[in-house]
Ligand binder design. Structure first.
Ligand code: ATP
Ligand code: MG
Length: 557
């Protein structure tokens, strides 16, 4: 598998091929790309893929990438989103050349509109949107010309100025391009360029009551910024003709649009509109809920920027839509966390062990912080007479080849000693309350002269020094692979068991945990501290289990 992945990497993707040809032919000396989010929500994994693509290209080739807020729709946009977007891009590890706003171009775009009117290429239409829709025709049938289509240039200039000055109500007039109502591309049938919207804009305030439509803003913004390769998702393929038409008629810098397939991930939704619903309707605790596929949710969950970039690189770019398995994302984060996470021992469902022959006091055992990275050193783990192990690491009546603890059987306690279970103590209900064991003093890890070989190694903590912590275990947010693809509302498929809160008993070193630390709770999974932690209560998020539990479930059938 790794062989194959390596081979993939040396192949250029189709955009790299285009760019290399453009650089070789001398069409460009350097390239300019942009990432153009609409600030109407938090960024999600789909955006991460677009960010890695746009910024990645200008890391590989001479050039740079702009961050442009596509803020032409005053109603849904907000400064909170602008700030979160910037945070997320920085956290992912990318730096933009210029921070730009489409709204900064409103004056220029207005001048462009005037230019089109003067060239006889745009007109003010008094039709309602319903009338326009009725006259649009169908893919096989030509549309009909609006009765306002042949207004004189002067009349159009006058009316457009009045639109801008606030003389008309929302929806009563639009500015339309005058192209061809019989055009085979429906988007070329006199598309609307400007609409009236008396709304407050998060940056321009109440200065404007007309706003440019996507097609009248996006390509023009690209052009103003001398974007060479304007990369967007496939649904904009039909817009490319209009993109080129407007640039040609306005005679402005010829940016070029290229399309790649939108990235969708299974068991979740990647649409800001849908994610907003989950937030507003309280299905999750916020945009950064660790179950969300947002960058901020993944960050809080314990994902690293490296793992998300690796995921985006591995899925690469495609020309056809497909759904990416979230298992690949989990694979990428496991791989990275294995290299960087501090190992800690945490017992979740404890049963008490009494080491009957132990007389030591305050003994600290050394244990590596991370066997994958010797530079992280080691920590001290207190040993003691009373310990906790996981209840399910003991079986009173074990099957053959059971290498964990059982009556008369020996196991190694990680970084400590070999112990043997001598006696099982139960309460009146027959439930196990304690396991009485003896330890082998010569079997200390790192200095084992006992000559005893055991097959099982268990994690454990010393009861008296254990720190009780809250652990939040997350599962898929949706029960089905494609919640948006089925019948009915995507919210019908929400997994009601996506959050489980459990207790853990951790070794004392956990008290030093910082928000930026990553942990492997041995034999359990990868975890990070959550911002809900207080001085008296530590809260951990489970980033991912050690192994892919879902793959196992599927195999078991
Ligand atoms: P949403 O439907 O979630 O709002 P969007 O495409 O409307 O997505 P924008 O803020 O307009 O969101 O997107 C900014 C950039 O990110 C665009 O260039 C867009 O093509 C890209 N993008 C958004 N979603 C995805 C996705 N799922 N896969 C790849 N690129 C995406
Ligand atoms: Mg959008």
């Amino acid at each position: 598998m790794t062989e194959e992945i390596k081979k993939e990497e040396v192949h250029l993707n189709f955009l790299e091929e285009i760019i290399e040809a453009d650089l070789q032919s001398g069409k460009y000396k350097s390239i300019v790309t942009r990432f153009p989010p609409e600030p109407n929500g938090y960024l999600h994994l789909g955006h991460a893929s677009s960010i890695c693509l746009n910024f990645g290209l200008t890391q590989k080739y001479p050039g740079n990438t702009n961050l442009r807020f596509d803020d032409t729709n005053p109603v849904t946009e907000d400064t909170e989103y602008v700030e979160s977007i910037k945070d997320d891009i920085r956290w992912l590890g990318f730096t933009w050349k210029h921070e730009l706003y489409a709204s900064d171009y409103f004056d220029t775009l207005y001048e462009y509109a005037i230019d089109l009117i003067k060239k006889g290429l745009a007109y003010v239409d008094d039709s309602t949107s319903e009338e326009m829709a009725m006259m649009k025709g169908t893919p096989t049938e030509a549309g009909r010309n609006s009765k306002y289509r042949d207004r004189t240039i002067d009349e159009n200039l006058e009316l457009f100025r009045k639109m801008k000055d606030g003389a008309f109500e929302d929806g009563t007039r639009t500015l339309r391009a005058k192209i061809d109502m019989a055009h085979i591309n429906m988007l070329m049938r006199d598309p609307v360029l400007y609409r009236i919207k008396h709304a407050h804009h998060h940056r321009t305030g109440d200065k404007w009551c007309i706003y440019p439509m996507y097609d009248m803003a996006h390509g023009q913004s690209d052009s103003i910024e001398n974007i060479t390769h304007s990369i967007c998702t496939l649904e904009f393929v039909p817009h490319r003709e209009l993109y080129d038409w407007l640039i040609e008629k306005l005679n402005i810098y010829p940016s070029q649009q290229y399309e790649f397939a939108r990235r969708n991930i299974n068991y979740t939704v990647t649409s800001k509109r849908k994610l907003l619903q989950l937030v507003n309707e309280g299905h999750v605790a916020g945009w950064d809920d660790p179950r969300m596929p947002t960058i901020s949710g993944l960050r809080r969950r314990g994902y690293t920027p490296e793992s998300i970039r690796e995921f985006c690189n591995r899925i690469g770019i495609a020309k056809r839509e497909n759904i990416v398995d979230v298992g690949l994302l989990e694979f990428c984060v496991r791989e990275h966390l294995n290299r960087i996470a501090f190992r800690r021992m945490v017992v979740f469902d404890p049963v008490k062990i009494i080491i009957t022959n132990y007389t030591g006091f305050g003994e600290l055992l050394a244990s590596e912080n991370n066997p994958e990275d010797q530079s992280t050193g080691s920590r001290g783990i207190p040993f003691g007479k009373e310990l906790f192990i996981e209840r399910d690491d003991f079986m009173e009546d074990p099957p053959k080849k059971y290498f964990r603890l059982a009556p008369g059987q020996m196991v190694r306690l990680k970084s400590a000693y070999i112990i043997k279970c001598d006696e099982v103590i139960k309460d009146v209900n027959g439930d196990i309350t304690e396991l009485h064991c003896t330890y082998i003093p010569e079997s200390k890890s790192g200095n084992d002269t006992s000559g005893i070989n055991v097959k099982g190694t268990l994690h454990w903590v010393t009861a008296a020094k254990a720190v009780e912590v809250e652990v939040r275990e997350y599962d898929r947010l949706f029960k089905v692979e494609n919640p948006s693809g089925g019948e009915g509302d995507f919210k019908d498929y929400i997994n009601p068991y996506s959050l489980k809160i459990v207790k853990g008993f951790a070794e004392p070193a956990i008290m030093d945990a910082k928000l930026s630390d990553r942990f492997q709770f041995m034999r359990k999974g990868y975890y990070c501290l959550d911002k809900d932690s207080t001085d008296t209560k530590l809260v951990f998020n489970r980033t991912v289990t050690l192994k892919d539990a879902w793959a196992k479930e599927v195999k078991k059938g």
